[in-house]
Design a protein around this ligand. Structure first.
Ligand code: NAG
Ligand code: NAG
Ligand code: NAG
Ligand code: NAG
Ligand code: NAG
Ligand code: NAG
Length: 747
C-alpha cells in the first residue's frame, strides 16, 4: 500500500463512514478507523449513561443502497459508532432522528437492516420517542448499549428531502464525504468498442465528476465488485503491460486510491477506499489507472442466447431483464424463497448464477408478485461468493412460517447494451404507447427512423418491443394505429416481424429481408401499449390430478353441450337422444399470480350470449383441452372452451371484483382464482372414441396469447394419463410444456 497522501477533503470512505451531519464538530480525526468491537453485540453493556448531553450526540446515515436523505441510523457514543435496533421503532423516532440530521421530518423508517448491517455496538433498543424530543438520547429506551438484538435488526430512516432553514451544519464541510455513485469502463483505443463493454479503464463518478482509480494495491476482488456493478457475473485478469503502454501516453487523473473490497460488496461505495486531492500525483506514486476485464453471462455473449442456462433458479414476474421473483427447483418442482433475512448478498448469488452481475436490489414482500406452490428456502444466508443459492445455509419452511406474501425477489445489474437507442415510439397519448419506429442504417451509413408493418404484429412482438424500450410488458400489440397523431410519420422500414417472445431486441426476431408491406399506409403501422405490470394465469395442477374421473353421460343431458361444441365430432352421428358419451372430467382452478388483473381483450359490446348456459362469454377461446398420444398427436379432439371469467374466491385480504352474473364485469383479480368445477357443463374432454392406453392430458390457458401476461411459459399444464377402458388416472401433473422437468439436486 502506498503511503497516504495528505488529504484535504480526503476521507476514508466506507459503509461505516459515509456521511455525517451533526451540530457539533467532528472528532479530531475524520479518518477514524472502523468501529471495532470484539464484544458480541448485546452482551456486557457498558454503564448506561442517561445524561448523554443531547446537543452533543452525533448522528449519521450509513449503508447501501440509499440516497443522501435515508440510511441506517448510526450514533456516536463513548467514542464508538453504533446502530439502533428496530424493536419498537416508530415514525416518531424517525422524526426525532431526521430533525437531528437537519431534515424537516421523516417520511418513513426501515427495519431488518434494509441498508445493510452496521458494525460495532447496538447502542439503543426499544426506543420510544414521543416525536417532539430534541434528541434521540432523550427518548425512552433500554439504555445505552443494552440490547438483545443483532445487526440484522438495524433500524433506518427516510427523511423528507428538505432542510431545516438555518440548521447549523458546522461540520458539514469537513465531514461530508465523497461517495462513489457510478462506475464505468473506458475501453482503450485498441480494444473493440462493441457493446457490452467488458474491459477497460475503471472510472468512478462522484459528486464532482468522473475519476480514475489508482491501481496500487488493486486486487481481483475489487475487479469482481466493479464487474458485478456493470452486470457481469465473473472477472478475469487484464494484461497490465498492454494497458501500461497505452496509459503512459495519456494524462491520467487519479482521485481514488487504496480500494480494498472483500469481493462480496454489491457496490464500490461499500468498499473501503480513499479520495485524494484532484490530480495529485502523490496519490498514486508509480501507479497507473486500474483496468479491469469482465466475463459476460451467456445472454450477453454472441450466440449465447441459444445456449440454455441450466440452473436450479429462475426469475419470474419482473418487467425487465434481470429482475423478478426468485424461484428455485427442487425435486422437479419450482418453489419460491421466503424474504426473512433476504439481502443483497443472497440476491447477488442468484443474479450471478443467472449470468447477470451483482444485485441492485433485494426485494421483500412479494414485490414481483406471489408465486404458487412450495416455499423452499427461508433465512438464506449467503456470503456472496457461493456459486449457487443452494450452497448458502438456509432453513426449510413450513406454510405456518412463511406465505407467498413474503416471496423474495431481485433486481440484478445487467450490462448496458444500448438496445433502447435503436427504437422509439411516437404518436401515442402517453409515454407508454405509440407507433413503433426503429433506427436503420443504409449502406452509406446514414441513419433513419422508420415504421414497422402491422400485419404480423401480435402481443409476442409487442412484448419484445416494450422490453427493448425499457417500458416493461406489452399490454397490447396493435396492427393498426390510425387513431394516434399521424403528423410526421416516417416510412415503413421493417415487415414480417416474428418474435418468440424471449428476445431482448427486435433485431433478434425474424423479419423479411426487404420491406414488403401489404398495406403501406402509416395507419397500418405496428404500435404498442406497454405497462409496468401484467397478469399471469396459472392452473392448479394438483387439483386437476386429484379430481379426474370418467362419466358416461346420457345424450339427452347433452343438448346444450352439443350446441356449444363441447363434444367430439362423432357425437353428431349418434342416435340422439339415446346412448351416452364418455367424458373425462376434472376441475380446473385458474389463479392470477401476476401484478395486474386479467381482463378479456374484447369490450362487453362484443361478448357473446350463451342462452343455453345463461351467461356471456367474453373470450372466444380461453382454454384448450387436449388428449395426446405419446408422439404428441391429438387423440381426443381438442376442445376449445370459452368461459365467463370471474373471481370464484381470493386469498385472504383480497376482495372479489369480477362476477359473471347479470352481465357483470369479467376478469380475474390479482390474488384470486376462477374455479371450473368438474361438474360444470363442458368442463371435460369427450373420450368416447379413445382406446385404452397411456396418454398425455394437456390444458393450455389463453392459448392464443390474446391477453398479455408476464409469463406465457406457465400457461400449459400436462399430466400423464392412464386409461384402462373403465377408469382413468392422472399422475405427474405439472406446469410447463416439457414432458418431464429435469430435477436438479440441491447440494
Ligand atoms: C484535473 O485534471 C482534469 C483532467 O485532466 C482537468 O480537467 C482538471 O481541470 C484538473 N483539475 C485541477 C484542479 O487541476
Ligand atoms: C430440507 O428439506 C429437504 C427435503 O425434505 C431435506 O433434504 C433437507 O435436508 C432439509 N434441509 C434443512 C436445512 O433442514
Ligand atoms: C449513397 O452514396 C452515394 C454516393 O455518394 C449516392 O449516390 C447514393 O445516393 C447514396 N445512397 C443513399 C441511400 O443515400
Ligand atoms: C412535426 O415536425 C415538425 C418539424 O420537425 C415539428 O416542428 C413539429 O412539432 C412536429 N409535430 C409533432 C406533432 O411532433
Ligand atoms: C390447489 O389444489 C389443491 C388440491 O385441492 C389445494 O390443496 C391447494 O390449496 C390448491 N392450491 C392453491 C394455490 O390454491
Ligand atoms: C403417432 O401416432 C399416431 C396415432 O397413434 C400414428 O398414426 C402416427 O403414425 C404416429 N406418428 C409417429 C411419427 O410415430
Amino acid at each position: 500500500m502506498p503511503p497516504s497522501a495528505p488529504l484535504a477533503l480526503g476521507l476514508l470512505l466506507g459503509l461505516w463512514l459515509q456521511c455525517c451531519w451533526s451540530q457539533t464538530p467532528p472528532p479530531s480525526s475524520t479518518r477514524a478507523p472502523p468501529p471495532s468491537s470484539t464484544r458480541a453485540p448485546g452482551t456486557a453493556p457498558p454503564p448506561s449513561s442517561t445524561r448523554a448531553p443531547a446537543q452533543r450526540l452525533k448522528v449519521r446515515l450509513a449503508g447501501y443502497p440509499r440516497k443522501h436523505n435515508e440510511g441506517r441510523v448510526e450514533l456516536f457514543h463513548q467514542g464508538e459508532w453504533g446502530t439502533v435496533c428496530d424493536d419498537d421503532f416508530s415514525i416518531s423516532n424517525a422524526h426525532v432522528l431526521c430533525r437531528q440530521l437537519g431534515f424537516v421530518e421523516a417520511t418513513g423508517w426501515t427495519h431488518s437492516a434494509k441498508y445493510g448491517k452496521g458494525l460495532g455496538r447496538i447502542w439503543l433498543d426499544n426506543v420510544q420517542c414521543g416525536g417532539g424530543e430534541k434528541s434521540i438520547a432523550l427518548c425512552k429506551s433500554r439504555g445505552w448499549g443494552n440490547s438483545d438484538c443483532t445487526h440484522d435488526e438495524d433500524a433506518g430512516v427516510v427523511c423528507k428531502d428538505e432542510r431545516i432553514p438555518g440548521f447549523v451544519d458546522s461540520n458539514r464541510l469537513l465531514v461530508e464525504t465523497l461517495q462513489v455513485e457510478e462506475v464505468r469502463l473506458r475501453p482503450v483505443a485498441a480494444t473493440k468498442r462493441k457493446l457490452p463493454v467488458t474491459e477497460g479503464v475503471v472510472e468512478v463518478k462522484h459528486r464532482d465528476g468522473w475519476a480514475q482509480v489508482c491501481d496500487l494495491g488493486w486486487s481481483i476482488k475489487n475487479t469482481r465488485v466493479v464487474c458485478g456493478m456493470l452486470g457481469f457475473p465473473h472477472e478475469r485478469r487484464v494484461n497490465k503491460n498492454f494497458y501500461r503502454l497505452y496509459l503512459e501516453r495519456q494524462k491520467n487523473f487519479f482521485y481514488v486510491h487504496s480500494v480494498a473490497c472483500s469481493g462480496t460488496e454489491v457496490h464500490l461505495a461499500a468498499c473501503p477506499l480513499e479520495f485524494s486531492r484532484p490530480n495529485s500525483t502523490g496519490a498514486c506514486p508509480g501507479g497507473a489507472p486500474a483496468a479491469v476485464s469482465c466475463v459476460p453471462g451467456p445472454l450477453f455473449t454472441p450466440g449465447g442466447l441459444k445456449k440454455k442456462l441450466k440452473t436450479g433458479v429462475r426469475l419470474k414476474g419482473g418487467a425487465r431483464l434481470g429482475e423478478g421473483r426468485v424461484e428455485v427447483l427442487r425435486g422437479g418442482e419450482w418453489g419460491t424463497v421466503c424474504d426473512d433475512r433476504w439481502n443483497l448478498q443472497a440476491a447477488s448469488v442468484v443474479c450471478r448464477e443467472l449470468g447477470f452481475g451483482s444485485a441492485k436490489e433485494a426485494l421483500t414482500g412479494a414485490r414481483m408478485g406471489q408465486g404458487m406452490g412450495p416455499i423452499y428456502l427461508s433465512e438464506v444466508r449467503c456470503l456472496g461468493t457461493e456459486r449457487s443459492i443452494w450452497n448458502c445455509p438456509f432453513r426449510n419452511v413450513s406454510s405456518e412460517d412463511c406465505q407467498h406474501l413474503e416471496d423474495a425477489a431481485v433486481r440484478c445489474n445487467v450490462p448496458y447494451m444500448g438496445l433502447e437507442n435503436t427504437i422509439r415510439i411516437t404518436g401515442g397519448r402517453t409515454r407508454y404507447e405509440g407507433r413503433l419506429e426503429v433506427l436503420s442504417t443504409d449502406p452509406n451509413g446514414t441513419q433513419t427512423w422508420g415504421l414497422i408493418c402491422g400485419e404480423t404484429w401480435t402481443t409476442m412482438e409487442a412484448m419484445v418491443a416494450c422490453r427493448q424500450l425499457g417500458l416493461g410488458y406489452a399490454n397490447q400489440g396493435l396492427k393498426e394505429t390510425w387513431y394516434w397523431d399521424s403528423s410526421n410519420v416516417t416510412d415503413m422500414v421493417l415487415s414480417g416481424v416474428r418474435c418468440s417472445g424471449t428476445e431482448m431486441s427486435l433485431s433478434q426476431c425474424q423479419h423479411h429481408p426487404t420491406v414488403s408491406c401489404q398495406k403501406a399506409a402509416a395507419k397500418f403501422a405496428a404500435g404498442v401499449i406497454c405497462s409496468e405490470t401484467a397478469s399471469d394465469l396459472v392452473l392448479n395442477a394438483s387439483l386437476v390430478q386429484q379430481t379426474v374421473y370418467i362419466e358416461d353421460r346420457p345424450l339427452h343431458m347433452l343438448y346444450c353441450a352439443a350446441e356449444e361444441d363441447c363434444l367430439s365430432k362423432s357425437a353428431a352421428k349418434a342416435n340422439w337422444p339415446y346412448g351416452h358419451r364418455r367424458l373425462l372430467r376434472f376441475s380446473s382452478q385458474i389463479h392470477n399470480i401476476g401484478r395486474a388483473d386479467f381482463k378479456p381483450k374484447a369490450g362487453r359490446h362484443s361478448w357473446v350470449w350463451h342462452a343455453c348456459h345463461g351467461h356471456y362469454h367474453s373470450m372466444d377461446i380461453f382454454t384448450h383441452y387436449d388428449l395426446l398420444n405419446a408422439n404428441g398427436t391429438k387423440v381426443a379432439e381438442g376442445h376449445k372452451a370459452s368461459f365467463c371469467l370471474e373471481d370464484t374466491d381470493c386469498h385472504e385480504g383480497v376482495s372479489k371484483r369480477y362476477e359473471c352474473a347479470n352481465f357483470g364485469d369479467q376478469g380475474i383479480t390479482v390474488g384470486c382464482w376462477d374455479l371450473y368445477r368438474h361438474d360444470i357443463d363442458c368442463q371435460w374432454i369427450d373420450i368416447t372414441d379413445v382406446k385404452p392406453g397411456n396418454y398425455i392430458m394437456q390444458i393450455v390457458i389463453n392459448p392464443n396469447q390474446e391477453v398479455a401476461e408476464s409469463d406465457f411459459t406457465n400457461n400449459a399444464m400436462k399430466c400423464n394419463c392412464k386409461y384402462d377402458g373403465h377408469r382413468v388416472w392422472f399422475h405427474n401433473c405439472h406446469i410447463g410444456t416439457e414432458p418431464c422437468s429435469i430435477p436438479v439436486d440441491p447440494d
